[in-house]
Design a protein around this ligand. Sequence first.
Ligand SMILES: Cc1cc2nc3c(=O)[nH]c(=O)nc-3n(C[C@H](O)[C@H](O)[C@H](O)COP(=O)(O)O)c2cc1C
Length: 206
Amino acid sequence: MDSQIADRFVAVSPEILYFGTPVAVISTVNPDGTTNLAAMSSFWALGDRFMLGLSSHGQSGRNLARTAECVLNLPSPAEWEQVERLGHTTGRLPLTDYHRQAGIVHAKDKFGASGFSPLASEIVAPLRAAQCPVQIEARVLAQSPFSGEGSFLHFEVERLRVHAARAILDNAGTRIDIDAWSPLFYVFRHYFGKGKRLGKSFRARY
Ligand SMILES: Cc1cc2nc3c(=O)[nH]c(=O)nc-3n(C[C@H](O)[C@H](O)[C@H](O)COP(=O)(O)O)c2cc1C
């Protein structure tokens, strides 16, 4: 019986391990004071904190390491094309071989390049991306040391303020209406919205 079950599986070597995570657009401040935007999917929540993974090739990780402030803008499926446009651009100069090989070009104005509109934050310096239905102002609590070009930087950030579009709130205007809200998911570099609700956790309060 065990061998019959084991026969259903084979060892595979996927090039990437992007089985599916929500997308965020991270806002950080460049050395000249302008806001950089970048698409990211390597992030997850733990209580009131987020763990973020950023490549050392990018400008966002450098900005976050320097300023310790960011906004995590959470797009819905309606914003996937703006997100994809961001994926082609870096705020970093000069470009590296990594950027040239990946087809990533420099863009100083990420709002103009993507189509997102800037909105002032209330606590941190980086601007919010107005079309994203959720925007989370956050500050860095801890980060991994820089271990060379091509490595990954890990950050633990704490939420300072969460902004939500009225359109995704319940009638009382206090909770996220989970029928109205859909994250944008990134699955092996393809974009998806949310599917049908399957059920609820015993810990769900509403
Ligand atoms: C949907 C999506 C998700 C991405 N996720 C990440 C990520 O989690 N971490 C990362 O370092 N790069 C990620 N990237 C790649 C960066 O967005 C890309 O390298 C970009 O040029 C970085 O911009 P920056 O150099 O201005 O920070 C992702 C790209 C897309 C389109």
